[in-house]
Design a protein around this ligand. Structure first.
Ligand code: PGA
Length: 258
């Protein structure tokens, strides 16, 4: 493979947690505590309801380089889509990033591959950075289907994605059984899955784009396991849920990638 020169990313997925005051306070602490960490991209994904408050608060105190993302959008630009928000709306709230295909959207809300694909393409078309999440369930893992599931979700999720958008595309491999459970893939298992993911990216887009693309690991990443995971050659940082809700653990995970 060609030489890799990938800037790592540590992203915090706050899910449906925190009230507005807590979200603003956490964002401010992360911004001030990580402002020296310019060699890792830091992105936070607060609940949609708090994006505005977080954005204005960070503008006041300085973002420290912390970027803002949305956990979900609808793929149409506007119209009769009750309860949804558009990519333009989240851009207007200061977001440069979007999550698609998160396992909770797939398995709790019921988003299928074609909807994940539509959201991924629309996010990229809107100029956002998109983190497409993939990963197998415990049942699929036990049946030896990890790589096959990841490949299917990648091929379906990335159908029709233009090459000129690839620099804004990030993949997050998050085994469903590891999310919020305290169970983490071993660094070796995660590396094997990431390597296979990169091979699929290579088959889809060619060697250089696959070499350049960041692939994050997610699923119970904590300060005590982050460094071993991030040391793997195909792991370019993490998507952090629970441990991103406390500034000290999120900052420790950012530190682990440096
Ligand atoms: P977790 O969540 O770190 O709490 O396992 C990760 C995620 O859902 O992105």
């Amino acid at each position: 493979m060609s030489t890799a020169n990938r800037t790592p990313i540590v992203a915090g997925n706050w899910k449906m947690n925190l009230n507005r005051e807590e979200a603003v306070a956490l964002a401010r602490t992360v911004a001030s505590g990580s402002k020296g960490m310019q060699s890792v991209e830091r992105v936070i994904f607060p609940a949609a309801a708090h994006l505005d408050a977080v954005r204005y608060s960070l503008a006041e105190v300085g973002t420290g380089g912390v970027q803002l993302g949305a956990q979900n959008t609808w793929h149409e630009p506007n119209g009769a889509f009750t309860g949804e928000i558009s990519n333009e709306m989240i851009k207007d709230l200061g977001c440069g990033w979007l999550l698609t295909g998160h396992s909770e959207r797939r398995h709790v809300v019921g988003e299928a591959d074609d909807l994940v694909n539509a959201k991924t393409r629309a996010g990229l078309e809107a100029g956002l950075h998109v983190v497409l999440c993939i990963g197998e369930t415990l049942e699929q893992r036990e049946a030896g289907q990890t790589d096959a599931v990841n490949e299917r979700q990648l091929r379906a999720g990335l159908e029709g994605v233009p090459r000129d958008a690839l620099s804004r595309l990030v993949i997050a491999y998050e085994p469903v059984w590891a999310i919020g459970t305290g169970k983490t893939a071993t660094p070796d298992d995660a590396q094997n899955a990431h390597h296979a993911v990169r091979k699929v990216l290579e088959a889809l887009f060619g060697q250089q784009p696959a070499t350049d693309m960041r692939v994050l690991y997610g699923g119970s990443v904590k300060p005590n396991n982050a460094a071993d995971l991030f040391a793997q050659p195909d792991i370019d940082g993490g998507l952090i849920g629970g441990a991103s809700l406390k500034a000290d653990s999120f900052l420790a995970i950012c530190q682990a990638v440096l």
